[in-house]
Design a protein around this ligand. Structure first.
Ligand code: NAD
Ligand code: ZN
Length: 589
């Protein structure tokens, strides 16, 4: 009866089960007058059970005894995030080749975190080669005596599908000691030699076993609600001020001066490639206590790195700085956006990875790209690698207050790097234009950027100066295009590569895109042409020697990018991009 986003947990669970549209009828069976009333009030169907029962299955058995049903599915009341996918999987085993042997079916999900594996609230299951359950336990099973043996742990999800006869049998069989000791009802079946077939589902969800779970669930729901709303019509913030032109960088100090507050400093985060071989630092024109911090772009930005920079700024200065100025590629621009947000928001940057989680407005921040393609200068996100995932802080407060587009700053970039980052723009356009989220707004920007990329990377008659100016604008338009739609398959997969192998964004996209003929045939062909013309190396055989565990993590990270997959393959993307399919693709790379 606890509140979850304005409705009791049990009502949420009931609605979730109904929303799957897999069942002829959905009932809540309960011995609680309060729950019964609540469900009726919400217009649902509830059955009051008349007897005392030891467990849910007993209660359901009583309820269905006189009903004309073939298969009964027991969804526990604490599973408000029950999804169609999971239930469909559990039902589908009754159509599989060993259907006749199956007395009941249930779900399990892969787990990796030892904290979860050893948590008694999390019921583990071990299975045989055909995924029939061997045993369920609150202890970690198997016990990992040999840490070098790769073993997959599975968590049991409290969803059961019974043949009617099986659930009636269950009801009549007295409880035995293993079930009584573990307090796990399906053990009773094993104790009587019945066959439980386990299906695997890895969709994210939270069972509500503890008050902390409820807090997490409320948070998840909020995120989901917002994504839903955002997916519909975003009220989209744009960069309010932009200056463009060769040498416009020299106007920087006059542009930012009006934003200076009580002599508090501007913090310049600058790519350390400019440390030695450029006059750029002297052109920055530091004043008062302004501070210049060189940052390496060797690795992509991390939440922890953001936290450290913010802590250092707080330690050195009593008041918040006047602003953060990022000068560099996507890495530095993302870092600058994140730092400006974290100056005014408590906790770690990792707490804000996701959609619209930022509470307070960021301080004034300026973006100055020195390499073009990512669109980071214009986008509403800052992509960070956190302890658990690689995900952007996507919020209304993320975009820069000012952008300086000076094509001359992009001079002297090594050819390969120019290509990889430029291809990020090309791939953004392909994914946006071919995605299901496309609309006229995104299309108008995407098409322009796409044409510019073709001109820059395929035509023969552009001067370098023209190319630089055009790529700076292509990046801008590409960024605008994805900001109002989404990226797709290449990005979802490249995030997996980057998380496990540290592959950088631009090159990672190229590695992946090279193998995506199936999804973007015309554009992969064009891409190959560009690769040839520029004579760049696309690394190969990265995944060949990965351990099973690394591959699994890669797949997990990639599959967790739901909006990207949904954009690329539509609502039923999970049917197309299965774990096996994704593995097969990765193994080509
Ligand atoms: P980068 O910032 O990682 O820089 C790549 C390399 O180019 C670095 O070695 C850097 O030192 C060097 N470099 C930069 N400017 C140079 C110059 N003028 N001359 C010589 N060398 C120069 O590369 P990137 O491809 O621009 O950015 C990748 C990052 O952008 C990733 O972290 C990715 O997640 C992020 N990204 C963000 C968004 C967004 O919307 N926020 C979109 C796409 C990518
Ligand atoms: Zn990208």
């Amino acid at each position: 009866m606890q509140d979850l986003g304005g409705k009791p947990v049990i009502v949420r669970t009931y609605e979730a089960a109904k929303a799957t549209e897999l069942f002829d009828e959905v009932y809540v069976v309960t011995d609680s007058e309060i729950i019964f009333q609540e469900i009726e009030t919400y217009g649902g169907k509830a059955i009051m059970s008349i007897k005392e029962h030891e467990c849910g299955s007993d209660r359901i058995a009583e309820a269905v005894e006189d009903m004309d049903v073939d298969i009964v599915v027991n969804v526990q009341g604490d599973e408000p995030f029950t999804s169609r996918e999971g239930l469909e999987k559990v039902l589908s085993v009754f159509k599989g080749p060993d259907a006749a042997k199956i007395d009941l079916a249930s779900l399990m999900t892969e787990i990796y975190d030892w904290k979860e594996i050893s948590d008694p609230n999390c019921v583990k299951v071990i299975v045989d080669k055909d995924n029939f359950a061997q045993y369920f336990s609150r202890s970690p099973i198997p016990y990992p005596r040999d840490k070098n043996v790769a073993v997959q742990y599975y968590k049991h999800k409290g969803i059961y599908a019974f043949r009617k006869q099986a659930i009636l049998d269950f009801y009549r069989l007295p409880m035995r000691s293993l079930e009584a000791a573990e307090k796990i009802e399906c053990i009773r079946y094993l104790e009587y030699g019945r066959n439980i077939k386990m299906a695997i589902s890895n969709t994210k969800g939270i069972e509500i076993d503890t008050p902390e779970d409820l807090v997490r669930a409320n948070k998840l729901l909020k995120e989901e609600d917002k994504t839903e709303v955002n997916k519909k019509y975003r009220n989209f913030p744009m960069v309010p001020k932009v200056v463009f032109g060769q040498g416009c960088f020299d106007q920087l100090s006059s542009i930012i001066e009006p934003e200076r507050k009580d002599k508090t400093p501007f913090i310049f985060l600058v790519d350390d490639v400019f440390k030695n071989n450029h006059q750029l630092p002297t052109r920055i024109n530091l004043r008062f206590n302004d501070k210049l911090i060189f940052v390496s772009a060797d690795e992509e930005p991390k939440t922890q790195q953001v936290d450290t920079i913010v802590k250092d700024i707080r330690t050195e200065f009593t008041n918040n700085p006047s602003g953060i100025i990022g000068i560099g590629g996507g890495t530095i621009l993302d870092l600058a956006k994140a730092v400006s947000i974290m100056i005014t928001n408590i906790g770690s940057a990792a707490d804000y990875q996701g959609w619209d989680l930022v509470k307070n407005k960021a301080i004034y921040h300026v973006g100055i790209p020195t390499i073009s393609g990512t669109g980071a200068e214009v986008s509403r996100t800052t992509v960070l690698t956190g302890p658990e995932r690689k995900l952007g802080i996507n919020s209304d407060f993320t975009p820069f207050d000012q952008v300086v587009l000076d094509p001359d700053l992009t001079m002297g970039i090594p050819k390969n790097q120019w290509f990889y980052t430029g291809m990020d723009c090309f791939i953004h356009c392909v994914e946006s234009l071919n995605g299901t989220f496309i609309n006229a707004f995104s299309q108008s920007y995407g098409e322009k950027a796409y044409d510019l990329c073709n001109e820059i990377f395929l035509s023969e008659n552009l001067s370098e100066e023209e190319s630089r100016a055009k790529l700076i604008m292509a990046s801008w338009h590409g960024g605008m295009s994805i900001a109002y739609s989404q990226v797709g398959v290449a990005h979802a997969m490249s995030y997996g590569l980057s998380y496990v192998l540290g592959t950088k964004h631009g090159i990672g996209n190229c590695i992946v895109f090279d193998h995506l003929e199936e999804f973007y045939p015309k554009d992969v062909a064009l891409f190959k042409k560009m690769v040839k013309k520029y004579n760049v190396e696309i690394p190969k055989n990265l995944c060949k020697n990965l351990t099973e565990e690394q591959l699994n993590t890669m797949i997990d990270i990639s599959l967790s990018m739901t909006p990207l997959w949904e954009n690329a393959l539509g609502e039923k993307w999970e049917e197309i991009m299965t774990r096996e399919k994704l593995k097969e693709l990765y193994l080509k790379m």
